[in-house]
Design a protein around this ligand. Structure first.
Ligand code: ZN
Length: 442
C-alpha cells in the first residue's frame, strides 16, 4: 500500500498576469515550461504509463469544469473516467499507475467545433496525412476533439474531401478525436462571404445537399445563411437528421433569424464575423444576426477567442449576454496554426486563396481570414482579455461545445462513465499533457 500525499502543493501553479485570484494564490510549486509540450518532471512517469489502461492522475487541481476538487485526482480505466476524487484519504495500491501532476490543473479535454487546419495541413487537402496532422497539432495544445471544417468550394472538390474523410477517419488513431465534419458553406450570402471563395457561393440546392447528407453521415454540422431562397427548408432538413444547423455568413435581419430558429437553426457561427448587424432598411433601423445571436436564448454562439478577431469589449459583451452555457470557444484555425509566420494557402494546397500570417493571425488581403491560435490559449484569452473566471472559460471549451454537438453524454466534463479525454494545464494554462480515450499522447 502506498499513500499518495499532497506533497507538492496543489494551488494552481503560476498565475496569469492579472488573474491570480482566479487561478489560486500563486504559492504553488511552479510547473516549468522550458521543455516544450511535456515537462521533464512528468516525462518519466508519463513514459511508464503510456501503455497502461488503468492509472491515476493525482495531486491536481481538478476542474470538472463545474466543480473544483483540490487537491484531487482522476482514475482512468479502459479509456473511461472511473472516478474523480479528493486526495484526502485516498489509498492507492502498489503497481497502480500514478501520474503526479504536482498541482497542475486537470480539466476535461478541449473541444474545438470549428477549425480548418493546422500544422501545415488544411481539411481541403483531403488526405489522410492532412487529417492526421490536424488531429495531432491541435492535441498538442490540449484539444481532444475537433470538428474539421470544409470551405466553400465546387461540389467536386467538396465531395472529394468528404469521401476522403469517410475513407481515412478510422486510420487516424492518435491526436484529437475527429468528431465529424462541419460544412462551412457553400450556401452563404454573397454580401457576407468574408474569406469564403465567392466563385462557389450558391443558394441551397436540396438535390445537392440531400445527396451529400445521405452519402456522408460524417457531416454533423452545417453553416448556412437561412435568409437565402431554400435556407429554411435546409434548416428543417438538418433538424430532421439531427445535424447542427448554424447561421453563418448571413445577411439576415433579426426577424429572419426568428424564422430560422423556428426552422431548426440553433447556433451562430463565429459571432460578429461574416454577418449582419444593425442596418437601415427604407430609413428604419433593423437588427441583424449579431443582435439576434445575443438576444435569443434559443441560439448558442461561438467565439473565435484568438484575441485578434474580436477585441476584449466584444468578448465581454457576448459573455455578459450569453453566459458560459451558451458560448463555445473555437479556433477557426487554418493551415498555418502552429507554424511560422509567412504565406500559406487557404483551402487546398496550391489551389486555394493565398493568405499571409502576421501578428498572430491569418490575413486575406486587408481582412482577417481565420485563426492560428489553438486549444488552451483560447481559454486563457477569455480569462485574460474578457475577465472570465477560469472555470467558466473552460466550460466554454468543454461542457458547452459538447452539449451544442449533442455529445455531452460522452464528452465535455469529468464524470465517471464519460470518455477519458483530459488535459493537464500549467498555471499559465499551457497544455502539459493531453489524454484522449485514456491514452496519453506524445
Ligand atoms: Zn471557418
Amino acid at each position: 500500500m502506498q499513500r499518495v500525499h499532497d506533497a507538492h502543493g496543489v494551488r494552481g501553479g503560476r498565475g496569469i498576469h492579472g488573474i491570480h485570484d482566479d487561478l489560486g494564490n500563486g504559492k504553488a510549486q511552479p510547473v516549468s515550461r522550458e521543455y516544450g509540450h511535456l515537462p521533464v518532471l512528468l516525462q518519466k512517469e508519463y513514459r511508464r504509463l503510456k501503455d497502461k489502461n488503468h492509472y491515476y492522475l493525482v495531486n491536481g487541481r481538478v476542474l470538472t469544469p463545474y466543480r473544483q476538487i483540490a487537491p484531487g485526482g482522476v482514475e482512468i480505466k479502459d479509456g473511461y473516467i472511473a472516478r474523480v476524487f479528493p486526495m484526502d484519504g485516498v489509498e492507492l495500491h502498489d503497481g497502480d499507475g500514478v501520474l503526479d501532476v504536482r498541482g497542475a490543473i486537470i480539466a476535461p479535454g478541449l473541444i474545438d467545433l470549428h477549425l480548418h487546419g493546422g500544422g501545415g495541413a488544411d481539411v481541403m487537402d483531403g488526405t489522410a496525412e492532412a487529417f492526421a496532422s490536424i488531429a495531432r497539432v491541435h492535441a498538442q495544445s490540449g484539444t481532444t476533439a475537433i470538428v474539421p471544417t470544409t470551405l466553400t468550394s465546387s461540389l467536386q472538390d467538396l465531395s472529394a474531401v468528404l469521401a476522403a474523410f469517410s475513407r481515412v477517419k478510422k486510420e487516424i488513431t492518435t491526436g484529437a478525436r475527429l468528431l465529424g465534419l462541419h460544412l462551412e458553406g457553400p450556401y452563404f450570402s454573397p454580401a457576407r462571404r468574408g474569406a469564403q471563395d465567392g466563385r462557389y457561393i450558391r443558394n441551397p440546392d436540396p438535390g445537392e445537399y440531400r445527396e451529400l447528407l445521405d452519402k456522408y453521415p460524417e457531416i454533423i454540422r452545417v453553416s448556412a445563411a437561412p435568409e437565402l431562397p431554400g435556407g429554411l427548408e435546409l434548416g428543417r432538413e438538418l433538424r430532421r437528421r439531427k445535424i447542427l444547423a448554424a447561421i453563418g455568413h448571413s445577411d439576415a435581419t433579426a426577424e429572419e433569424v426568428v424564422q430560422a430558429i423556428e426552422a431548426g437553426y440553433s447556433h451562430v457561427t463565429h459571432l460578429y464575423l461574416g454577418m449582419s448587424g444593425v442596418k437601415k432598411i427604407n430609413g428604419y433601423r433593423c437588427a441583424g444576426v449579431i443582435e439576434a445571436g445575443l438576444l435569443y436564448d434559443d441560439l448558442t454562439v461561438e467565439l473565435i477567442a484568438d484575441g485578434k478577431h474580436l477585441p476584449p469589449p466584444l468578448l465581454k459583451l457576448v459573455y455578459k449576454c450569453k453566459g458560459p452555457g451558451r458560448i463555445a470557444l473555437c479556433s477557426d484555425a487554418l493551415r498555418p496554426a502552429a507554424m511560422p509566420e509567412g504565406e500559406y494557402y487557404l483551402g487546398a494546397e496550391g489551389r486555394g486563396q493565398k493568405i499571409r500570417v502576421k501578428e498572430g493571425v491569418a490575413w486575406l488581403g486587408d481582412n482577417l481570414a481565420g485563426g492560428v491560435v489553438t486549444g488552451s490559449r483560447l481559454v486563457r484569452n477569455m480569462v485574460e482579455l474578457a475577465g472570465v473566471p477560469l472555470k467558466e472559460a473552460l466550460q466554454m471549451m468543454t461542457a458547452t461545445p459538447a452539449r451544442i454537438l449533442r455529445l455531452d453524454h460522452f464528452l465535455g466534463s469529468l464524470d465517471p462513465g464519460k470518455a477519458a479525454d483530459l488535459v493537464v494545464l500549467a498555471g499559465d494554462l499551457s497544455a502539459l499533457a493531453t489524454i484522449v480515450g485514456g491514452r496519453l499522447l506524445d
